[in-house]
Ligand binder design. Structure first.
Ligand code: UDP
Length: 328
């Protein structure tokens, strides 16, 4: 298939490009490089443009005879979304609609949408299943849930076929060391913890150690970025016209912030000082997926379930790229 990957120069986008290309799809990356890196795109053509321009977007879809859009571009920080909600609704929700309209103009009928575990808010039960209550506690989750609702409306009205993937905590790097995670500024736990042994920061802050969890710190379900990327390939094949299918993507196992720091100490063999700090707004105490539906319906089988492997692959990449991608 001819695939347009929005956010293709980003962390997840670059890994999705790698997997789709390896499976014979012809991919085009669409990215304004606001947060992405041209170097991460590999051999796929990169169109440096903004998604806000729906006409330009539709033209690209037509010119490249796009069959499928994988929409990954967006802002992703729950904590930031609490203090800057407009940024999230504009960039994630309104641009989501611009994209859907451009797809309609260009008669592109297939979409894989990157959603998030944040749509659940504080879950009623663990592990979380796809039909559990949707009640986001931060604007990031709300901005993505709004798009999920739009997808249903577009599927019903225009026959759009869509899969929405609700990611839990994505981490790790390509095992071949070619691409990895480089956010600026970095806000995600595993790369931040690894900055200590890299000598980039002195210590890591633990955002809240008084949660109702066994060690008082937040619990998350970490999924390897290559396993996540592979689910996009399977999702693309599972799309049916006029339907929206929703899948959680996680490993079904929760790790606390303290457990992640301990794993990073073991993998790197270095001491990593950590200090409690206030809670970060918008953080649910515990998020763990049931990905049973993705396994049974998509045939998804994660290859890198062990948290030590996920951290090891991240560590391998960061050691060879201590300051991330080389800046142009
Ligand atoms: N976290 C932390 N210190 C940091 C960064 C993150 O304690 O320097 C915590 C954060 O509060 C959350 C967990 O680590 O409970 C995972 O955060 P991350 O930003 O990686 O992903 P999120 O769960 O927000 O998608």
């Amino acid at each position: 298939m001819n695939v347009l990957v929005t956010g293709g120069a980003g962390y997840i986008g670059s890994h999705v490009l790698k997997v789709l290309t390896a499976h014979g799809h012809s991919c085009v990356a669409y990215d304004n490089l606001g947060n992405g890196h041209a170097e991460a795109v590999g051999k796929a053509p990169l169109i440096r443009a903004d998604l806000a321009d729906g006409d330009a977007l539709a033209t690209v879809m037509r010119d490249h005879k796009i069959d499928l859009v994988v929409h990954l571009a967006g802002f992703i920080e729950a904590g930031e979304s609490v203090v800057a909600p407009g940024k999230y609704f504009r960039n994630n929700t309104i641009i989501g609609m611009t994209l859907l309209e451009a797809m309609r103009t260009a008669a592109v009928q297939r979409l894989v949408f990157s959603s998030t575990a944040a749509v659940y808010g504080e879950p009623e039960r663990i592990p979380i299943r796809e039909d559990d209550r949707l009640d986001p506690i931060n604007p990031y989750g709300s901005s993505k849930l709004c798009v999920e609702f739009m997808l249903r409306a577009y599927a019903r009205a225009y026959g759009l076929g869509c899969v929405a993937l609700r990611y839990f905590n994505v981490a790790g790097a390509a095992p071949d060391g070619e691409i990895g995670e480089d956010h600026n500024p970095e806000t995600h736990l595993i790369p931040l913890v690894l900055q200590v042994p890299l000598g980039v920061r002195e210590k890591v802050m633990i955002f809240g150690d008084d949660y109702d969890t066994p060690d008082g710190t937040c619990i998350r379900d970490y999924i390897h970025v290559m396993d996540l990327a592979d689910a996009h390939r399977l999702a693309a094949e599972a799309i049916e016209p006029g339907t929206v299918k929703v899948f959680n993507l996680g490993n079904g196992e929760g790790f606390s912030v303290r457990q992640i720091i301990a794993t990073c100490r073991t993998v790197t063999g270095r001491p990593i000082p950590a200090e409690p700090a206030p809670r970060r707004p918008g953080d649910p105490p515990r998020l763990v997926a049931s990905a049973e539906k993705a396994m049974t319906q998509l045939g998804w089988r994660p290859n890198y379930c062990r948290i030590s492997t996920i951290v090891q692959h991240a560590w391998n990449w960061h050691q060879t790229h201590p300051h991330g991608y080389t800046k142009a």
